[in-house]
Structure formats: C-alpha cells, structure tokens
Design a protein around this ligand. Structure first.
Ligand SMILES: Cc1cc2nc3c(=O)[nH]c(=O)nc-3n(C[C@H](O)[C@H](O)[C@H](O)COP(=O)(O)OP(=O)(O)OC[C@H]3O[C@@H](n4cnc5c(N)ncnc54)[C@H](O)[C@@H]3O)c2cc1C
Length: 325
C-alpha cells in the first residue's frame, strides 16, 4: 500500500539555507488516500463490521437510545461515533459543535503533478515568511505538491501558484479546511453517547498539520472507551485530554519554529541532536512535550553563537548553511 518511503527530508528556509535531515529508517511513508481508505474499510469488514457506502448521515435524535437518521433509514444505536471530518454533521446534530468555537482552522491546498526527476526517496518542505509551508511528497509516479497555512492568510493561493509556475508544475489545485488542535479551549468531544474522532474532533497537529495518525489513534481510543463499558464518555474525554495537552506543547513548538525563521535553520544545521529529535517526533517515538522541552534546553548555546555571529560576522561557522545530516 505504501507508494513511497522517504529517508530524507530537505528543509528549505526563506534565507535560502537548505537543511537536510536523513535517517536509515523511513522518515515519511506516503500512501494514496484511496488505497488507505479501502484497506481500512476491508479490515473493518473482515472484523465483522456492517458497511454501507451509499448511505449518508442526516441527524441524530438523542435519548435513552440514539436514533440515527440517514438518507435511507433510521437506526437505533447505543453509541454514535462521528468520524465525518472537519465540518462534522454529527457534531452539529449532537450539539457538540457549539463547544468548540475557538478551534482554529487551517487551509491546505494541493495538486498531483508528474514526478519527473524528483528523488522518490526524499520529501522537500519549504518555509517562507508566513506561518505554514509548501511540501513536495513523492507518491509513486506522482508528486504531491501543496501548501498549508492559516485559514485567514489570503496569500496561500498565490504562493502555491507561483511555486508551481517556478518549478514548471501544472495541474488543478484543490483546497480543504483542517481543524487545528491545541488552540483555545479544549472541545467537548463526547456527550450523550456521541463520540467525535479524527478531524471531527479537531485532532490535527498545529505544527505540520498531521491528522491521519491522530484520526487512527482517536478512533482506537473511542472503540476502547466503548468496549470498556459504562463510562465510555468520560474515558474517551480523558484520553482526548492527554492528546490535547500534547497539542498545546505542539502549538508552543510551532510558535517557536515559525517565529524564529532566521535562527531555526542555524540551530538545525549546527545541532545534530535536534535533527535526531525531529526524526524521533515524526516517527512517533517522542511527544511534542518532550520535543519542546529538549529543544529549548538545547537552544541557549546555539542562540548565543547565532547572535554573536550576527553581531560579528565570520566568527561562527555555518551561519547560512547547506548541510547534510
Ligand atoms: C491538503 C491536505 C493535505 C493533508 N496532508 C496530510 C498528510 O500528509 N498527513 C497527515 O497525517 N494528514 C494530512 N492532512 C490531514 C488529514 O487529511 C486529515 O486529518 C484526515 O483525513 C482526517 O481523517 P478523518 O477520517 O477524521 O476525516 P476525513 O478524511 O475528512 O473523512 C471524513 C469522511 O466522512 C465522510 N462524511 C462526511 N459527512 C458525511 C455524512 N453526512 N454522511 C456520511 N459520511 C460523511 C466523508 O465523505 C469522508 O469520507 C491533510 C489535509 C489536507 C486538507
């Protein structure tokens, strides 16, 4: 199912420094969303789930037993798990929506182009003078090119269009909203035996916009909470709290990262341990909390060198580096 495995992440910064992070294990594995969704659907079917693909959710009536309305029928249910994305109808119908007005929304715009001579074992991300980044992810025969940034940033369309033009990429771009976790008040994701998972619960990290891992994790946690019995809602809300707390650290890390655009490339180029920490985060080996704490503990010495170098150019090495890891 994996179309490309990438062992290198090339980070291009606004000051033209290029920092390459390499690993002997894949840093990023790229799947086609259709293959992945089919695999999940087949696995659910194999595990005994009834699957109805031509049926859409219309509403839920809350009560002793839930009545789930679809375009075809009414279904009685003990629990309802809303996995219906960022504009969740389940959340709205179960009146969970009103509890997360402060949830921020990001915008993702992407396009598939022919892979050409792009290295199929490398991903490239490019940071600019805005909060977000442009990505180039190989996926078999195609290159997935896109941009993510703040929903309120009107420059994103123009940025991705000029990037594509500059690189000779042509194709139709499409945009989607993403929720952003760790910002504002934690949402209520479970009430009246309705549980929200994935994007419906806002489970996307505020630094890189990763949501698939958290969608799977929240689905698993919702299932465990229901299987565990009587306290499904509070058990699920508690596991969500752990996730949310780590996303608060992710948001702090994102702010440090995006607000220090000249120091970050210097820090990355001069600190091998920091590059290793990022690989550990991307592989799920450490939390954002651990990343944030260990990064800030490592920062003072490179920060001193960086500012010294700015004050007295030439004293410190690698001030504007192109560095392999
Ligand atoms: C451009 C872009 C690129 C991204 N790239 C990455 C990435 O590289 N890595 C990563 O980890 N994350 C990425 N994300 C985030 C990731 O796509 C989401 O976090 C993830 O898809 C969330 O999965 P989900 O199942 O919760 O929601 P969704 O994928 O949105 O799925 C919701 C499903 O519910 C269905 N649905 C909606 N309403 C109804 C209804 N009324 N009745 C029945 N069904 C309904 C929809 O048809 C859909 O199938 C990206 C997001 C964007 C926008």
């Amino acid at each position: 199912m994996i179309r490309s495995e990438c062992y290198e992440m090339e980070n291009v910064f606004a000051n033209d420094s290029v920092i390459s992070i390499k690993s002997s294990k894949p840093i990023v594995s790229v799947v086609h969303r259709n293959d992945f969704d089919k695999h999940l659907l087949d696995s659910a079917g194999d595990a005994g789930a009834g699957i109805s693909t031509e049926e859409s959710f219309r509403g839920v009536e809350l009560g002793e037993t839930l009545t789930v309305r679809t375009n075809k029928r009414n279904i009685s249910a003990d629990y309802l798990v809303g996995a219906d994305g960022v504009n969740s109808s389940v959340a709205k119908s179960a009146m969970l929506w009103e509890h997360w007005p402060t949830l921020r929304t990001a915008l993702g715009i992407e396009c598939d182009v022919p892979i050409g001579d792009f290295n199929p074992q490398k991903v490239r991300v490019q940071f600019g003078d805005y909060t977000g980044y442009i990505w180039e992810f190989p996926r078999g025969e195609v290159l997935d090119v896109g941009i993510i940034g703040d929903m309120s940033d009107a420059s994103l369309h123009g940025r991705i269009q000029s990037f594509m033009q500059m690189n000779g990429y042509t194709g139709r771009i499409k945009g989607w909203h993403l929720p952003v976790a760790g910002v504002g008040r934690m949402p209520t994701v479970s009430r009246n035996r309705v549980l929200l998972v994935g994007d419906a619960s806002g489970a996307v990290d505020p630094w890189f916009g990763e949501g698939i891992y958290y969608a799977l994790l929240s689905g698993e946690q919702a299932a465990h909470s229901i299987i565990a019995g009587s306290n499904a809602q509070s058990t699920y809300q508690a596991s969500y709290r752990k996730f949310w707390n780590d996303m608060v650290w992710a948001k702090r890390f994102a702010q440090l990262f995006f607000n220090n655009k000249s120091f970050v490339p210097f820090f990355l180029a001069n600190d091998k341990k920091l590059r290793a920490l990022l690989i550990q985060l991307l592989s799920g080996e450490i939390s954002f909390r651990e990343l944030f704490i260990r990064t800030t503990l490592r920062a003072p010495s490179p920060a001193a060198k960086f500012w010294l170098n700015r004050a007295m150019p030439g004293r410190s090495q690698n001030s504007n580096p192109t560095m392999p890891s």
